[in-house]
Design a protein around this ligand. Structure first.
Ligand SMILES: [Fe+2]
Length: 233
């Protein structure tokens, strides 16, 4: 249906393996290299060379009473975004769109923004992101393509997804599914999570490294997450 899509129609290429680095230790403090890079991207200025070796700081806090592992910090080249299981509800050939909200949709509006970086924290353009999620009642559309869509990062490595806050379904905490693929690279299949969700404590698949930063803005939610792909730079 959509020949330009990397994921769609190619089947499920093995994800980046389980040997993808380990979480950094929890003691790092300092300015976030990614934050500086993002600010530089936004401002169109050069990144200070001094920042290139600076330690990174966790962006997320779980809000679950436990200290989360650090979000991949992109500072030492061995900690890409961790993979997660695909689950039973992925469908290839999703429409290309950044807005998954269709007329008559029910639910709280959710915007997810972020960047996709390679191993040296440089932004990656033209990266495929293929999102799928449950509706506000916790149901996946396995017939059509509601709450399914793919897009590509822009030249600055940025993406924006407009959707709804996904509903809960039995056995899982609240989450989004996504596959990412930089041009010519393997697919990363993973999931994104929301802080302050009671089921984060009981869902065995949950990984605090995949927590988004989420804030309430009016009656909507705005989430942020930056991916790090296993792409040499
Ligand atoms: Fe799911």
């Amino acid at each position: 249906m959509d020949g330009e899509t990397h994921v769609n129609g190619t089947g499920d290429v093995p994800v980046d393996g389980d040997d993808l680095g380990t979480a950094p230790d929890g003691s790092r403090r300092g300015p976030s290299r990614k934050t500086v890079l993002k600010a530089a991207l936004a401002a169109g200025v050069a990144v200070p060379v001094a920042m290139m070796g600076a330690p990174a700081l966790a962006r997320t806090s779980a809000g679950t009473g436990t200290v989360p592992e650090l979000t991949p910090s992109c500072d030492d080249g061995d900690d890409p975004t961790p993979p997660q299981m695909e689950g039973p509800y992925f469908k290839p050939n999703s429409p290309r769109r950044t807005n998954l909200i269709q007329p008559g949709a029910q639910g709280v509006r959710l915007t997810v923004t972020g960047y996709v970086f390679g191993l040296r924290c440089k932004p990656l353009g033209n990266v495929l992101l293929d999102f799928w999620q449950a509706d506000n009642r916790g149901a996946y559309d396995n017939v059509g393509y509601r709450y399914r869509g793919h897009q590509f990062t822009n030249a600055q490595g940025a993406f924006t997804l407009t959707t709804i806050f996904p509903g809960l379904y039995p056995g899982r905490t609240r989450h989004l599914h996504v596959k990412l693929q930089a041009p010519g690279r393997p697919i990363l299949t993973t999931q994104l999570y929301f802080p302050n969700e009671p089921r984060n404590n009981t869902d065995p698949i949950f990984d605090a490294r995949l927590l988004m930063n989420v804030r309430d803005v009016g009656g909507a939610k705005e989430a942020e997450f930056d991916f790090v792909l296993n792409v040499p730079q």
